[in-house]
Design a protein around this ligand. Structure first.
Ligand SMILES: C[S@@+](CC[C@H](N)C(=O)[O-])C[C@H]1O[C@@H](n2cnc3c(N)ncnc32)[C@H](O)[C@@H]1O
Length: 354
């Protein structure tokens, strides 16, 4: 039985960045915290250490009654505390602020996804196709606009790539902890997005070279993302459509990170088969994905709404394990890693037959 991810207290959690979710358990808390960032309250307290409500209202030019109400919500959520009439950020929040990019992205996507959840949850449960046609959150990820380079396509693509990039910056740590990447020399990350995942791996392993395979505009944004990184010289971007194009070959590692759940079963298998062909015999495939919902395993808070609304798409590890067996892989292993919700990490080694 999986542990109850949402119930783990700070000290029991494996990854320090998960503390950001503590401040977004409830919708009202998440909305209040997003506002506190938006109006400069968090920055002001982070800079000045403490302030009275009156001085804060002046510094950030906010309606005083509104500010009192907001501060009350932030007190309840443990974001701020009162010391002798002054307001200060709590030590726990200051700690979480080290992961500010993650906190702000999670606030923004959970507050966005909440609209779909509130309006269309019945469809999500009873008629998933209806949900997909009505919901708006998943439309952010407009892959169909990643084949051309218009200014508008770029704006839209950069917007959703900021989300995947920040999430991956942190999720990659779990993969690095539970899989030993030190023996690999040449990897291919299929659907590798901005290159953030391979960047994290290349930083840890100085002999590793990587290719990111993704749609043309995604690769272009990725090249900008990695510009100036010392690891950039070890990372190539290969543009194409993984569904229709051949993939490059000769790798000793192929990875799929949060990629295969986007595809129906038959196409996901096709992608895995292509990934297998891109490997030299003895090379490894690593699949890292959010796991299918397991009854009783989760106590969902507001911050997981953007992932929860995709719950029909996540698979149990059996799907990947069985297909790796069919493809003749050996040393197949799978494990669950608990982040804000459970992830599966499935790995296997390609046999001679391919
Ligand atoms: C959910 S995102 C995950 C991105 C990245 N692996 C991560 O974990 O942050 C799925 C990725 O697959 C890419 N993708 C979608 N359709 C594709 C296709 N037909 N060929 C290649 N890449 C594709 C998207 O551009 C995107 O980068």
């Amino acid at each position: 039985m999986m542990s109850k991810t949402g119930d783990l207290s700070g000290s029991e959690r494996e990854f320090d960045f998960l503390c950001v979710d503590d401040f977004m358990e409830r919708m009202i808390d998440s909305r209040a915290l997003a506002t506190a960032f938006e109006i400069g309250l968090i920055d002001s307290l982070a800079r000045d250490g403490k302030a009275t409500t009156e001085s804060l209202a002046e510094t950030i030019r906010t309606d005083s009654r509104g500010l009192h109400f907001l501060i009350d919500l932030l007190l309840t959520n443990g974001v701020v505390e009162l010391n002798n009439g002054s307001i200060a950020l709590t030590p726990a929040f200051v700690k979480a602020l080290r992961f500010r990019d993650l906190m702000e992205i999670k606030l923004s996507i959970s507050n966005f996804a909440a609209h779909d959840f509130l309006e269309f949850f019945t469809d999500l449960v009873a008629a998933p196709d209806q949900f997909m046609s009505k919901a708006r959150f998943h439309r952010l990820f407009a892959y169909d606009r990643c084949f051309s380079f218009s200014q508008e396509d770029r704006r839209i693509t950069e917007q959703w790539m900021r989300i995947t990039t920040v999430l991956t910056k942190y999720e990659a740590r779990a993969c690095l902890k539970y899989h030993d990447f030190s023996a690999y020399g040449r990897m291919l990350d299929i659907g590798g997005n901005s290159g953030e995942f391979v960047l994290q791996l290349c930083r840890e392993h100085s002999d590793l070279h990587a290719a990111v395979f993704d749609l043309p505009l995604v690769c272009d944004v990725g090249r900008n993302h990695l510009a100036g990184e010392p690891e950039r010289s070890r990372i190539d971007f290969v543009t194409g459509n993984a569904a229709t194009d051949d993939l490059p070959g000769g790798f000793d590692l192929v990875t799929f990170k949060s990629m295969l759940h986007d595809w129906p079963d038959d196409l996901a298998r096709d992608l895995m088969k292509k990934g297998a062909r891109a490997l030299e015999p003895g090379g490894a495939m690593v699949i890292f994905e959010r796991a299918a919902y397991v009854p009783g395993a989760l106590s969902p808070g507001h911050s997981i709404l953007p992932f929860l609304i995709f719950f029909h798409s996540y698979r149990a590890s059996d799907f990947y394990v069985r297909y790796l067996e069919e493809l003749g892989f050996s040393n197949i292993e799978s494990r669950i890693i608990n982040l804000e919700m459970p992830f599966i990490l499935v790995t296997g080694v390609r046999g001679d037959g391919g």
